[in-house]
Ligand binder design. Structure first.
Ligand code: AMP
Ligand code: GLY
Length: 422
C-alpha cells in the first residue's frame, strides 16, 4: 500500500516509524516531514493545508491512503475535498469529515454534542458578541475559578483559567473583542473541574472502535505544572492511576456515548478520536475532544502498540475494524521533550544539534528539526522527543533523562519532573 502522511512533528515521526514496521507499507511519502523522517520515507515540502498540492501529489504517487497528523487540514475539510472529487475519491483518508472535526474545531459544538448525548463534561454556557451583558452577568454568578474557552482553534492558547470575577469579565470582553481573532467570536464559559488529566485514544469508523494505549501528558512549561501551556513537554503510558474500574467508566460513559452520538448526528467519522479526560473523584469527565492523535502522547502510545498500525487503519477504512485485535506492550513508555529556550513564547531556530549518535537505548523522535547540509538544526519550539521503555515509567524516564543530557543544542530546555504526580 502507498501511504501519504501529512505533518511534520514528533507525532508524525512516530506514525512514520510505526507504519514503516508494517509489511503492508510499500511506499511512504511524508509532507512536509522533518530531518528525523528522511530515512523512513520520501519527504516532500508541501503544506498539508494546500489541498490542491496534496491532491496532485497523491495522484502522482498513486497513493492509497492519506494519514492526516494535525487537526488543521481536518478542520478545514481535507476529507470532504477528496470525497467530492471523482479522480481521488478512491483514496482512503484517515481522519474525519469537516463536520466530524468540529468536535475539536468548535468547543461550543462539542459541548452541545456532549450535552445531547449525556457525556459527562463541565457545566457551561456559550456566548457571542451580542450576549456580552448576559455573559458578564453569568460570570458574576459563577464559582471560582472560571474557565473561558475560545470556540475555535487557537493554537492551544484559547483556554484562560481566571481566579477572580473581575479577571474573568476582563478576559471575556477581550476574547469577544478578537483576542484570538475569529476563534473567540464565540466564548464557552465553563465550570472548573479538579482532578488529574489523562488522554484516551480510539480509532473508529463511526460504528466500531478500538481503544489504544492510555497516556498522560504534561502541558505546562514549568516544573510542578506551572507557567504557560505548551503543546506538551512529556508523556507517560500507562499512567498507573487509570485502573480498570476507571477505564470501564470511560468506555461506557464517554466512548460508547460518543460513538452513538456520531451515528445519531450522521457524522462521517473515520479516524482517531482523542478524549482529553479528567478524573474527578473516580469519575471521568471530558475536558476536550480532538480529531487526531495527541502530541507528545503518540510518542508513547504507538511504541506500546504491538498491533500493526497500517493493518489497523486499513481495516478501519474498509469497515473491518472488528477483525483487529489491539495488543499492548506490557512495558511502560515515557517521553521527554527537548525544547528551544523561550518556548512557548519567542524562541530561536537554526541551532545545531549534536550528540544524537550517542543516544543509547532510547528512540529519538524529531519534532522541530531540519537538515542543513550534513547538520541537523532546530526548527521549532519543540525540537526532539526522547522515548524509552522500562518495567515501569520511572525506569523509562530515567533512561530518557540520561539520553537527554547527551544531546546538545544552544538554549536546550526540558522539564526534569515528568511523571511527578503519578
Ligand atoms: P483544552 O484546550 O480544552 O484542552 O484546555 C487546556 C487545558 O486547560 C486543559 O488541559 C486543562 O488543564 C485546562 N482546562 C480546560 N478546561 C478545564 C476545566 N473545565 N476545568 C479545569 N481545567 C480545565
Ligand atoms: N498533547 C495534547 C495535544 O496534542 O493536544
Amino acid at each position: 500500500m502507498n501511504i501519504l502522511l501529512l505533518g511534520s512533528g514528533g507525532r508524525e515521526h512516530t506514525f512514520a516509524w510505526k507504519m514503516r514496521q508494517s509489511p503492508l507499507c510499500e511506499k511512504l511519502i511524508i509532507a512536509p516531514g522533518n530531518a528525523g523522517m528522511t530515512d523512513l520515507g520520501i519527504n516532500i515540502n508541501i503544506d498539508p493545508i494546500d489541498f490542491q498540492a496534496v491532491r496532485i501529489l497523491a495522484i502522482a504517487e498513486k497513493i492509497d491512503m492519506i494519514v492526516v497528523g494535525p487537526e488543521e487540514p481536518l478542520v478545514r475539510g481535507i476529507y470532504d475535498y477528496f470525497q467530492h472529487d471523482l479522480s481521488v475519491e478512491h483514496i482512503a483518508i484517515v481522519g474525519p469529515s469537516r463536520m466530524g472535526a468540529l468536535l475539536e474545531g468548535s468547543k461550543a459544538y462539542a459541548k452541545r454534542f456532549m450535552q445531547e448525548f449525556d457525556i459527562p463534561t463541565a457545566a457551561y454556557r456559550e456566548f457571542s458578541k451580542e450576549d456580552l451583558n448576559a455573559g458578564l452577568n453569568y460570570i458574576a454568578q459563577q464559582k471560582l475559578p472560571i474557565v473561558l474557552k475560545a470556540d475555535g482553534l487557537a493554537a492551544g492558547k484559547g483556554v484562560i483559567i481566571c481566579a477572580t470575577i473581575t479577571e474573568a469579565q476582563q478576559a471575556f470582553r477581550e476574547m469577544l473583542d478578537g483576542k484570538f481573532g475569529e476563534a473567540s467570536a464565540k466564548v464557552v464559559i465553563e465550570e472548573f473541574l479538579t482532578g488529574i488529566e489523562f488522554s484516551v485514544f480510539v480509532l473508529t469508523d463511526g460504528k466500531d472502535y478500538k481503544i489504544l494505549p492510555v497516556a498522560k501528558d504534561y502541558k505546562r512549561i514549568g516544573e510542578g505544572d506551572t507557567g504557560p501551556n505548551t503543546g506538551g513537554m512529556g508523556a507517560v503510558s500507562h499512567p498507573p492511576f487509570v485502573d480498570q474500574v476507571l477505564m470501564q467508566k470511560v468506555e461506557e460513559r464517554v466512548i460508547k456515548r460518543t460513538i452513538k452520538g456520531i451515528q445519531k448526528t450522521d457524522l462521517d467519522y473515520k479516524g482517531f478520536i482523542f478524549f482529553g479526560l479528567i478524573n474527578v473523584n473516580g469519575d471521568p469527565y471530558v475536558i476536550e475532544y480532538n480529531c487526531r492523535m495527541g502530541d507528545p502522547e503518540t510518542e508513547v502510545v504507538f511504541p506500546r502498540l504491538k498491533t500493526d498500525l497500517v493493518a489497523l487503519m486499513q481495516a478501519m477504512c474498509e469497515g473491518r475494524l472488528s477483525e483487529i485485535e489491539i495488543e499492548e506492550d506490557e512495558r511502560a513508555a515515557a517521553t521527554v521533550i527537548l525544547v528551544s529556550g523561550g518556548y512557548p513564547d519567542a524562541y530561536e531556530k537554526g541551532k545545531m544539534i549534536t550528540g544524537l549518535e550517542q543516544v543509547e537505548g532510547s528512540i529519538v523522535f524529531h519534532a522541530g528539526t531540519k537538515s542543513m547540509g550534513n547538520q541537523i538544526v532546530s526548527n521549532g519550539g519543540r525540537v526532539l522527543a526522547i522515548t524509552s521503555y522500562g518495567k515501569d515509567f520511572h525506569e523509562a524516564l530515567q533512561l530518557s533523562y540520561k539520553n537527554a543530557e547527551k544531546i546538545q543544542f544552544n538554549n536546550k530546555y526540558y522539564r526534569k519532573d515528568i511523571g511527578f504526580d503519578l
